[in-house]
Ligand binder design. Structure first.
Ligand code: B3K
Ligand code: ZN
Length: 893
C-alpha cells in the first residue's frame, strides 16, 4: 500500500533563509537529455532565522556544484531525499550547479518536457525544481536571464521570458538565444520553449505609448486558427487599461500553444504557454463556446500579469489571492464582452456543478486551505470559482468605485512583492472604510453556507419582514483539522443579499427599510452578518414576491418556500436575468424531484409534470421572438438542471431515477411543444457569414436547444431533421450540436455521422477530442463498453491530457447514468485509468480520481462497488501523493 503523503501546514510558514537576486540559466537540449547550468546570485535573508541552505530538486542528476567559483567538497553538501543541503554559506555568494535532466521521458508534463513539435515548460506550482536546484517557493523572487541551445533545423524557435538580447549559431547545426526578463519573479513563472512553430504577430500600443509586440506561436500549418486568440489579447489589454488602469509592462507578449498540457494555460511572465484548446479556432473546427472560452482564458492569463505576477503569493496556501481575483477579473471581462446575464448564469451553473459538490464532499476546503498534501490537488473549483465569488462579494459590499480604489492601493503597497490574502483584504478595507474582519471567515471556513429565509407580511402595518438564518455545518475539513490539533473557529459569514420585491403585477417595489424616511431604489444590498437577522420593509401594500440573491450575490444555498405561482411570476417578471433563470431552475428541480419519487414508486406515467410548467416554457420560448427578447438567455432557461446538480439535492442519489425523470421531462416538453420548437428552429435559421459573437451565437444557441428537444422525439421526421442539421451545418457549433444529439440515438445515422466526422477530422486533434467526448456522453446502453473500446482506438492516447479529459473525464464526471451504472463497470473503468495513468502523469490521474468524491451519497450497493475500486487504487504500490491524497480523503471522510 502507498504511504500516506505528508501534510504541509500554513501555520508552519517561515520566510526563506536565503534569497536569490539573479538567476542565469543555460539550457542545452539534446536528443535524449538536456543539460542545465544555473548560476544563482544569492544572499542570506536578513529577516530569517538562518540555518542551512536548502535547494529543491526532483529527478535531477547533479554533475557539478560550486560556491563562489570553488567546487564544493563532498563533506560540504548532501542530499536529503532530493533536497540539496549546504550547511555553511556566506552572507552573499554565487552558487553554480550543472544538472542533467531527461525531458523526453518527462510524461508528467511538469518541468521541461517534450511534446510533438519541441520542448516546453510548466513550472507552477513546483515544476522549476525539475529543471534545476532552486529554492522553489513563490516568495523567492529573482531576475532571470536564460540562454537556450538546441538543434536549429528541428527547433528553430527559442523563447524565454522577457526580451531577446542575443542569438547565434554554433557547431553541429545548433543555435542559441538569450532572453532577459527585467522583472523579478518567482520560479513558477519561468518558461522556455525550443520548438518548430509558426508565428503570427501584431502590435498593441498602450495608453502610455508602449508598443507591445503580441505574438502567437502554434504548430506549423495552424496559423489560420490564431485570429481569435490574437484579437482576445488586444481586447484584454484594452479592457485592463480601461477598467483597472493596468498596462502591459513588457515589449513582448507571447502565447505559445502546445497540445500536451495538464491544464488550460499558464501565465509565465511575457511567455504564456497555452493548451491548444484555448488558442486554436476556426469556424469549422471550434464551437461558439470554444471561442468564448478562448476569450476568457486569454484574458485570464493576461490579467495575471498584474494579479499574480507583479503581485504574487507568499506561499501556495494563498493561491486564491491570485486565482480567485483573476477569475473575478476574467468574469467581469466576460460580462462586458458578451451578454452579462448569460455569462453570469453560466458561472452560477458551473459553480453548482463543480464547486458546491466539492464543498459538500471529502475534499472540502476553504478558499485558503490551512493544510494540503499535494498542492496540485488544490487548483480547485473552490480556490478558483468560489475564490472569485468571494472577491465578487467584496465588490458588491463596497461598490465598484471603492473596489477600484482598493485595487490601486493593493498595487501601490505590494507591487513586486509576494503577499497574503490578508494583504488584499486590508487594501480593500482601507480603501473603502468597510470593516472586513468578519468577512475573512470566507477564507478560513469550508462548506457552502445555507440561508434559510422566511417572510411575514403584516397587511395592517403594511410591513414585510424577511427573517434570515445562516447555517454553516462543519465539513470533513474541519474534522480533519481538529484531529490534527488545529481546530478551526467557525462563525456566521458576512455577505451581501441583493434583493428586489415584485408586486402582483410584476412591478418592482420602491424599497424603504425600517428606520429610513424614504425609499432608496428598487434593488438593495442587504448586509447579513448575524446568524439570524431580520430585515423589515415599510410601506408595502400587498404581499410581494421576493427576488432574493439577485445576480447570485453570494455563493450559498437558499432555502425559501417559494410556491409554484411565485416562481412562474419571477420567471415572467423579474428584472434580474439570473433570478428569472433561477426561478425556472427551481421550478424544474421541484418537478424533477417529484418525478424521481414517482419513478422510485414504480410509476411510468408523466403526470408529475404540471401543465403550468409546460405553459410557462412555451411562453418563455415565445419571449425570444418579441422586441428586446434574448435568445441566448432563453436557451439557458430551457435547459433544466443537470443530473449531477439534481443528485446534490437527494439524500441518497438514485442515478437511474434521476436520468429517467429528466429524460421524461425533456421528452414530454418535446412532444407538448413540438410545433413551437420546430417553428423556432426554422425561424432562427440564418445564412449570415459565421461570427462567434453576440447575437448570432445567441440565436444559434437557442436553435440548437430546440433541435436537441426535437431529437428526443422518437420519430423519423425529427431524426431526419437532426441528420439534415449535421449534414448541412456551416460551422462546428451546428455540427457538434447535431452530433451530440445523434450520439444518443440508436439509429443507423448515428454511426454514419460519427464515421464521417472522424474521417473528416482525424488529423485535427481538438476536433477528435469532440468526437471522443460526444461518445463518452452518450445515453445509449453499452456506453461504458464503448468508452473502454475507444481507449484502444488510434484516436486515443492516454499520455495526452486532452484525450483523457475528452473521453474518460467526460464519462466519469458528466455521464452519471453510466459512470454510476449498477454493475460497477464505470467505477472499474475509472480505477483502471487512474492506475495506468498515475505513474505517467499523477496530476491528470488525480483529477480523474476526484470523480469518486461523492461516492458516499449513493446506495449501499454502489458504495460497496466504489469502495472496492478506491481500495484497489489505494493498495497500489508507489502511488503518487496526488492520487493518494484524493483517494485517502475519499475513504476517510
Ligand atoms: N496558474 C495556472 C495553473 C497552474 C497549475 C499547475 N498545477 C493557470 C491559471 O490559473 O491561470
Ligand atoms: Zn489563473
Amino acid at each position: 500500500m502507498a504511504d500516506t503523503p505528508a501534510t504541509i501546514y500554513l501555520k508552519d510558514y517561515t520566510p526563506p533563509n536565503c534569497l536569490v537576486d539573479q538567476v542565469t540559466l543555460d539550457i542545452s537540449i539534446h536528443a535524449g537529455f538536456a543539460r542545465v547550468a544555473a548560476r544563482l546570485a544569492m544572499r542570506r535573508n536578513p529577516v530569517s532565522a538562518g540555518g542551512p541552505l536548502k535547494l529543491d530538486g526532483e529527478d535531477l542528476q547533479l554533475e557539478s556544484l560550486s560556491l563562489d567559483g570553488q567546487p564544493l567538497t563532498a563533506s560540504a553538501w548532501r542530499l536529503e531525499g532530493e533536497t540539496l543541503v549546504i550547511d555553511e554559506v556566506p552572507d552573499a555568494f554565487v552558487l553554480e550547479t550543472v544538472v542533467r535532466i531527461d525531458p523526453d521521458q518527462n510524461t508528467q508534463l511538469s518541468g521541461l518536457y517534450r511534446s510533438k513539435d519541441g520542448y516546453f515548460t510548466q513550472c507552477e506550482a513546483q515544476g522549476f525544481r525539475r529543471i534545476t536546484y532552486y529554492p522553489d517557493r513563490p516568495d523567492v523572487m529573482a531576475k532571470f536571464v536564460c540562454t537556450l541551445h538546441a538543434d536549429k533545423a528541428s527547433f528553430p524557435v527559442l523563447l524565454a521570458n522577457g526580451n531577446p538580447v542575443a542569438q547565434g549559431d554554433e557547431d553541429n547545426g545548433r543555435h542559441w538565444a538569450t532572453w532577459e526578463d527585467p522583472f523579478a519573479k518567482p520560479a513558477y513563472l519561468f518558461a522556455c520553449v525550443a520548438a518548430k512553430l509558426d508565428m503570427v504577430e501584431d502590435y498593441y500600443v498602450t495608453t502610455s505609448g508602449r508598443r507591445v509586440r503580441c505574438a502567437v506561436y502554434v504548430e506549423p500549418g495552424k496559423l489560420d486558427q490564431c485570429d481569435h486568440a490574437m484579437a482576445a489579447i488586444k481586447k484584454s489589454m484594452k479592457w485592463d487599461e480601461d477598467v483597472f488602469g493596468l498596462e502591459m509592462d513588457l515589449d513582448h507578449y507571447m502565447i505559445v500553444a502546445v497540445g500536451d498540457f495538464n491544464m488550460g494555460a499558464m501565465e509565465n511572465k511575457g511567455l504564456n504557454i497555452f493548451n491548444t484548446k484555448y488558442v486554436l479556432a476556426r469556424p469549422d473546427t471550434a464551437t461558439d463556446t470554444d471561442y468564448q472560452n478562448i476569450d476568457r482564458v486569454v484574458a485570464h492569463e493576461y490579467f495575471h500579469n498584474w494579479t499574480g505576477n507583479r503581485v504574487t503569493c507568499r506561499d501556495w496556501f494563498q493561491l486564491s489571492l491570485k486565482e480567485g481575483l483573476t477569475v473575478f477579473r476574467d468574469q467581469q471581462f466576460g460580462m462586458d464582452m458578451h451578454s452579462a446575464g448569460v455569462t453570469r448564469i453560466q458561472e452560477v451553473r458551473g459553480l453548482r456543478a463543480a464547486q458546491f459538490p466539492e464543498d459538500a464532499g471529502p475534499m472540502a476546503h476553504p478558499i485558503r486551505p490551512a493544510s494540503y498534501a499535494e498542492i496540485n490537488n488544490f487548483y480547485t473549483a473552490t480556490v478558483y470559482e468560489k475564490g472569485a465569488e468571494v472577491i465578487r462579494m467584496i465588490h458588491t459590499l463596497i461598490g465598484k468605485q471603492a473596489f477600484r480604489r482598493g485595487m490601486d492601493l493593493y498595487f501601490q503597497r505590494h507591487d513586486g512583492q509576494a503577499v497574503t490574502c490578508e494583504d488584499f483584504i486590508s487594501a480593500m478595507q482601507d480603501a473603502s472604510g468597510k470593516d472586513l474582519a468578519q468577512f475573512q471567515r470566507w477564507y478560513n471556513q469550508a462548506g457552502t453556507p445555507k440561508l434559510v429565509v422566511r417572510s411575514q407580511f403584516d397587511a395592517a402595518a403594511r410591513r414585510y419582514t424577511l427573517e434570515v438564518t445562516q447555517q454553516f455545518p462543519a465539513t470533513p475539513y474541519e474534522e480533519r483539522m481538529t484531529k490534527d490539533g488545529l481546530p478551526q473557529a467557525r462563525g456566521p459569514y458576512h455577505l451581501p443579499i441583493v434583493i428586489g420585491l415584485l408586486d402582483g403585477e410584476g412591478r418592482e417595489l420602491p424599497l424603504r427599510l425600517e428606520g429610513e424616511t424614504s425609499p432608496v431604489g428598487t434593488q438593495r444590498v442587504l448586509e447579513l452578518r448575524e446568524a439570524q437577522q431580520r430585515f423589515v420593509f415599510e410601506d408595502v401594500a400587498t404581499e410581494p414576491v421576493p427576488s432574493l440573491l439577485r445576480g447570485f450575490s453570494a455563493p450559498v444555498l437558499l432555502d425559501y418556500p417559494y410556491s409554484t405561482a411565485q416562481l412562474t411570476h419571477l420567471m415572467a417578471y423579474d428584472t434580474d436575468a439570473v433570478n428569472r433563470w433561477e426561478a425556472g431552475q427551481r421550478l424544474a428541480t421541484g418537478i424533477l424531484l417529484e418525478g424521481v419519487a414517482a419513478i422510485q414508486a414504480g410509476k411510468t406515467t408523466n403526470d408529475w409534470i404540471p401543465q403550468d410548467y409546460i405553459t410557462a416554457l412555451a411562453r418563455l420560448l415565445g419571449s425570444a421572438f418579441v422586441e428586446g427578447g434574448d435568445p441566448a438567455l432563453v436557451a439557458e432557461a430551457l435547459n433544466p438542471p443537470s443530473e449531477n446538480v439534481l443528485a446534490e439535492q437527494m439524500e441518497v442519489v438514485d442515478p437511474d431515477a434521476i436520468h429517467g425523470a429528466r429524460m421524461t421531462l425533456l421528452r414530454t416538453l418535446a412532444r407538448e411543444l413540438r410545433e413551437a420548437f420546430l417553428a423556432a428552429y426554422l425561424e432562427l435559421a440564418s445564412d449570415e457569414p459565421y461570427s462567434p459573437e453576440g447575437e448570432q451565437a445567441g440565436r444559434r444557441a437557442l436553435r440548437n436547444a430546440c433541435l436537441s428537444y426535437l431529437a428526443q422525439l422518437d420519430e423519423a421526421g425529427a431524426q431526419a431533421l437532426v441528420v439534415g442539421h449535421f449534414e448541412q451545418a456551416g460551422n462546428m457549433t451546428d455540427t457538434f450540436a447535431a452530433l451530440a444529439s445523434l450520439a444518443s440515438l440508436d439509429i443507423p445515422a448515428r454511426h454514419v455521422a460519427l464515421d464521417s466526422f472522424y474521417s473528416k477530422w482525424r488529423d485535427e486533434a481538438l476536433v477528435v477530442d469532440k468526437w471522443l467526448q460526444v461518445q463518452a456522453l452518450s445515453r445509449l446502453p453499452g456506453t461504458t463498453a464503448d468508452v473502454r473500446a475507444l481507449m484502444t482506438h488510434p484516436a486515443f492516447d492516454i499520455r495526452n491530457p486532452n484525450k483523457v479529459y475528452a473521453l474518460v473525464r467526460a464519462f466519469c464526471a458528466a455521464n452519471p447514468k453510466h459512470f454510476h451504472g449498477a454493475d460497477g463497470e464505470g467505477y472499474r473503468l475509472a480505477a483502471d485509468v487512474i492506475l495506468q495513468l498515475d505513474p505517467m502523469n499523477p496530476q491528470v490521474a488525480s483529477r480523474i480520481a476526484r470523480c469518486f468524491d461523492r461516492w458516499r451519497k449513493f446506495d449501499p450497493a454502489r458504495q460497496a462497488l466504489a469502495r472496492q475500486q478506491l481500495e484497489r487504487i489505494r493498495a497500489a504500490s508507489s502511488l503518487s501523493a496526488d492520487v493518494a491524497e484524493v483517494v485517502g480523503k475519499a475513504l476517510e471522510a
